[in-house]
Design a binder for this molecule. Structure first.
Ligand code: G3H
Ligand code: 13P
Ligand code: ZN
Length: 328
């Protein structure tokens, strides 16, 4: 058993209390490799934002679960170094399992030093979702690890599984779910979706707004309870254009407008999950460098610029979208 506090992580309790009180959302950024992790830590330390480092099941399969945990631990040391070099405060970092799909997976993350886990039973019948979520909460809370549950199904791609349609969260269920399971935060479906193709819109048209009416109903049923938004990438068009210009094809890629996320962050939404935007930035920069410098074969020469661009993107998200900058 490895205790997360000994690794320098915090759980999400205090983060969400502060975010709720002050009307911002804590960024939850996914990482699978070193450059993404360096960029997240650099951006969040430099903008003095708390951060949730997310590891998905896919990330664990890709990069090895043990290595990722050690990388997370290394990230805490990197954060301390950056803070001290720049005369800044140290920031709170949570290490979080994204979309855990079984009790066993969640348990193994708790046991290896994660400070927070998500059990995603949203695809299960309601009673089964309650049961598995309750089981995870009972185990995780013994070690003060916080638990995120989910009600409602997001459209899009998750761990290579595609859901065609949203099932919006039913506000009538949330109070019962929270009481029966004891979760610390709840992910809801209000129109966001995973991946780079969130809406089908014609050129120049705005995507449909998120269902803030559902969010408001949820807030009435569980006042003050931290809400999580998954699938919150904006699919920044400047990067989609770079990818398409340098040999890619992401025709029709559309995300959630940042103005919608800004609005959500001011409400009870305390955690906003962003993965695809980071993937797009990285891909755009790598394509651009390799296209312009066909003789380049040193990975540092294309992953380095990708990392620099990621830092800029995360810093801007913290400052302009989530409102999490300068909260530490
Ligand atoms: O919600 C899904 C996240 O973007 C993680 O994606 O399962 O491909 O690592 P992944
Ligand atoms: P995006 O695909 O919109 O980045 O969503 C990420 C996410 O929800 C991770 O859990
Ligand atoms: Zn998600």
């Amino acid at each position: 058993m490895v205790y997360y506090s000994e690794l320098g992580f915090v759980n999400t309790k205090e983060m969400f209390r502060d975010a709720f009180e002050k009307g911002y959302a804590v960024p939850a950024y996914n990482f699978n490799n070193m450059e993404q992790l360096q960029a997240i830590i650099t951006a969040c330390t430099m903008t003095q934002s708390p951060v949730i480092l997310q590891v998905s099941k896919g990330a664990r399969n890709y990069a090895n679960q043990t290595l990722l945990r050690w990388m997370g631990q290394g990230a805490v040391e990197l954060m301390k170094e950056i803070a001290s070099q720049n005369n800044l405060k140290e920031i709170p970092i949570a290490l979080h399992l994204d979309h855990g799909d079984s009790f066993e997976l969640c348990k193994s993350c708790v046991d290896m030093g994660f400070s927070s886990v998500m059990i995603d039973g949203s695809h299960l019948p309601y009673d089964e979702n309650v049961a598995v979520t309750r089981q995870v909460v009972e185990y995780a809370h013994k070690y003060d690890v916080t638990v995120e549950g989910e009600l409602g199904v997001l459209a899009g791609i998750e761990d290579d599984v595609k859901a065609e349609h949203h099932t919006y969260t039913n506000p009538d269920d949330v109070e019962d779910f929270v009481n029966k399971t004891g979760v610390d935060s709840l992910a809801i479906a209000i129109g966001t979706s995973h991946g780079a193709y969130k809406f089908k819109v014609k050129e120049g048209e705005e995507p449909p707004p998120l269902r803030f009416d559902i969010l408001q109903e949820v807030e009435k049923r569980i006042p003050g309870f931290p809400i999580v938004l998954h699938g919150a990438s904006s699919v920044l068009q400047e990067y989609v254009k770079i990818i398409n210009k340098y040999g890619g094809n992401l025709e029709g890629a559309v995300g959630v407008p940042e103005s919608q996320l800004r609005k959500a962050a001011k409400s009870s939404v305390c955690k906003i999950n962003i993965d695809s935007d980071g993937r797009l930035v990285m891909t755009a920069k790598v394509r651009e460098v390799l296209w312009n410098k066909p003789k380049e074969f040193d990975p540092r020469k294309y992953l380095g610029p990708a990392r620099d661009e990621l830092i800029k993107m995360y810093e801007r998200k913290n400052k302009e979208v989530l409102g999490s900058a300068f909260r530490v």
